[in-house]
Design a protein around this ligand. Sequence first.
Ligand code: 5AD
Ligand code: SF4
Length: 489
Amino acid sequence: MNTKVLEEELNKVDICGEAPEAEPYRQYYYIKKCREIIEEKSRKLGRPLTASTVTFGCQMNARDSEKLAGILEQIGYVMTEDEHADFVIYNTCTVRENANQRVYGRLGALGSIKKKNPHMLIALCGCMMQEPEVVEKLKKSYRFVDLIFGTHNIYKFAELVAARLESDRMVIDIWKDTDKIVEDLPADRKYPFKSGVNIMFGCNNFCSYCIVPYVRGRERSRNPKDIIREIEQLVEDGVVEVMLLGQNVNSYGKNLDEPVTFAQLLREIEKIEGLERIRFMTSHPKDLSDELIEVMRDSSKVCRHMHLPLQSGSSRVLKVMNRKYTKEDYLSLVERMRTAIPDISLTTDIIVGFPGETEEDFQETLDVVRKVRYDSAFTFIYSKRTGTPAAAMDAQVPESVVKDRFDRLLAEVQEISKEMSSRLTGQTLPVLVEEKNDHDPHLMTGRLSNNLLVHFPGDESLIGKIMDVHLKECRGFYYMGEAAPKRGR
Ligand code: 5AD
Ligand code: SF4
């Protein structure tokens, strides 16, 4: 929702009365209430109050953080990247154990900062908070935390902040699940020209190693009309690229009152004038339809990139993982995609060391990697997540064996990735210019339709524009280029 429309809504709110029951109006009420309190605090301190969001984990969390930042700004905080802010919120991830460890490590340091700033408020939210043991540990050993909430009630952020501002106690609100989707709340986008857009929440797949279905709840699709309206507003605000987000976008719309397929949704989104690029993430191979491949083939806006998590190349392991496809199904799907869209870039996720994985199973994974030739792959060491079926399985693979397999897989993946990435050398292709290069201020960094980065001489006025760039040289996983005279899609 854009700021002007929100401001009109906020003007209608009377905070002297009771909070309305209906959403999002209830949250508008609390935004306005918090505004008064923050204004008062700021007046007393003689300076604006600052806030910072810190995101761990996936794109879904990144988008959630933009929503949190949107609320914080509306409440009256000035956003900063500095963790010495007056309000710091960690949006956590729990997909692998090391994600949890990182949060605890940083939280300890944040506690020391808080000792020096008594006005500071610390909030924690996201997937990790859905685990009861985590909340217990925080209550016991991290008493300085002010607010804890989970993944299902993030839309209530303003109300929760109000609760904390009006009391001196730690506020904890964790829900087990929800069937609710609240529309029309603000978001503060990191980039003015591109945005994530949630199309669905939760996951029903219960892959046996994965904690996501337990912490993100059951699958819920947003209404297509709400999605289109959001994207139209984003485009009005200058967005040219959207990333449609869901744990399994290929099963989008199955449970709506009037079912819609993901491919149909893409067709509708493609019609939005002014929108130039459409990406999506993540696809589950078991639900990827020929209809989707056709839409991608025929589309001038859907990007030439498919992230298609493999997890394992062994049909035996895939069965125990509850992935519901075999090695052969996966390879045939890749072939259908490559035949229809020859220039498509394929990326994947692979887990090494799933319980009971033998050297033979691992060789099957390497075989798929060699056959598919991924443009890039995220490789993960299996992490035992309490409560998942895999955590209770016998034959956890010894650490040294896993490490050795991981290194061999990584070497293979990287070599192929280098070769695949360089195949566009010499071509001139459209690039969305995203930012100034971190290392060289004379260079701009942009992204190709296939998601690879390109660095080329230019200036900041190009940011947010799609322009043709000649790809002169591939350096591993990115290109060095030169702006070409003509503008492309
Ligand atoms: N251990 C290791 N990797 C995991 N993933 C999900 N759960 C686990 C786990 N328990 C990986 C999968 C998924 C990606 C987001 O994280 O590969 O696709
Ligand atoms: Fe986890 Fe599988 Fe759902 Fe992905 S599809 S979030 S790996 S359960």
